[in-house]
Write a protein that binds this ligand. Structure first.
Ligand code: ACO
Length: 317
């Protein structure tokens, strides 16, 4: 795998902490101190698939290839308005591609799972150019009466185009079933045969439990991929971590013992955008000219499942 282009797209509506404190019993000070989040971009009259297509087109433009040259589209997504067809298939039509398309759901870890699938396709020789993307609207899952979860999230999409190469140094994904700490159930159509009681249950998250699991998994995954790649923590130029919240990221940074310059963040601007957060931050670094050929990037993400994953990839664009 080698990354040849990145892109991202954000909804137009900015929701500040002060806006939230007009809607519920919270404050800018509480949200900033506990999460580091100041604003988030949220879906209003947009469609998530339009944002996904915008991110995809920007990644193609950055890569300098046409949509017709794509051999596969893999999209990480948890919810969107369509249960079927896949977000990847919708994006395929919007950008004018013609290739196999699939969505996967590994919650906030989905982008690293998508990279794992892409690497398998590249290694088997079944694809040359793959669009690997994530598009998420967690603000459609949360209970807007639950101040402990709704303040955390934002929406957005991120994408990258990868091609044949040897830049991926190590990748690890895992899952250990624990549905009780973090889950969201969708409401399905009733049938004449359903006998169980059905009620809408919004996103549930045991915040402190998730916090601890996220820190433990991320530190352990990063150690594993560093060791698999024969690298030390100081060899990494940037740790691009799932932007869940500032305190989780800062705990990981301290437990891992790296300087803050090595751990870029944009959670203050966008909140937790689930699996879209890593490709969105990668695109920001790319467009700001912060990435140099040969830089070593470590990605790490964690989320419902409980899933987690990490990888190390050299920037050779
Ligand atoms: N504004 C004001 N007060 C609040 C708010 C809010 N938005 N939310 C909760 N509180 C109150 C609680 O009601 C509680 O009040 P009480 O003491 O009177 O009962 C108090 O603040 C403390 O609540 P805690 O839940 O103990 O607060 P905590 O310090 O744990 O912070 C938080 C909560 C921010 C959710 C924290 O647990 C956390 O960051 N967890 C990780 C969650 C996360 O980021 N998950 C995403 C990772 S996985 C993924 O991406 C899906």
């Amino acid at each position: 795998m080698r990354i040849i282009g990145t892109g991202s797209a954000h909804p137009k509506r900015t929701l500040t902490n002060d806006d939230l404190s007009q809607m519920m019993d919270t404050s800018d000070a509480w949200i900033r101190e506990r999460t580091g989040i100041c604003t988030r971009q949220i879906i209003t009259d947009e469609e998530l698939d339009d944002l996904a297509a915008e991110a995809a087109q920007k990644a193609l433009d950055d890569a300098g290839i046409a949509a017709s040259e794509l051999d596969y589209i893999i999209c990480s997504n948890v919810v969107n308005e369509y249960v079927t067809p896949s977000m990847a298939s919708i994006v395929e039509g919007k950008i004018g591609a013609l290739c196999p398309c699939v969505d996967l759901n590994a919650a906030c870890t989905g982008f690293i799972y998508a990279m794992d699938y892409a690497e398998a396709l590249l290694q088997s020789g079944r694809a040359t150019n793959i669009l690997v993307m994530a598009a998420e609207e967690p603000t459609r899952m949360v209970d807007w009466n639950d101040r402990s979860t709704c303040v955390l999230f934002g929406d957005g999409a991120g994408a990258m185009v990868v091609t044949q190469g040897d830049s991926l140094k190590a990748l690890k994904v895992s899952s250990k079933s624990n549905t009780s700490v973090l889950h969201y159930k969708r409401t399905l159509e009733p049938t004449p045969f359903i006998t169980k009681e059905e009620r809408h249950i919004p996103l549930y998250m045991a915040g402190q439990e998730v916090f601890k699991t996220a820190v433990t998994c991320s530190v352990s995954d990063l150690m594993t991929v560093l060791s698999a790649a024969g690298l030390s923590k100081d060899d990494i130029t940037y740790y691009i971590l799932h932007q869940a919240n500032f305190r989780i990221l800062d705990y990981i940074r301290h437990r891992f013992g790296v300087d803050s310059e090595k751990l870029p963040m944009n959670v203050d601007k966008y909140g937790n955008t689930s699996s879209a957060s890593i490709p969105m931050l990668l695109d920001e670094l790319n467009r700001d000219g912060k990435l140099k050929k040969g830089d070593l990037l470590a990605f790490s993400a964690f989320g419902a499942g409980f899933t987690s994953g990490a990888c190390i990839i050299e920037w050779n664009k």
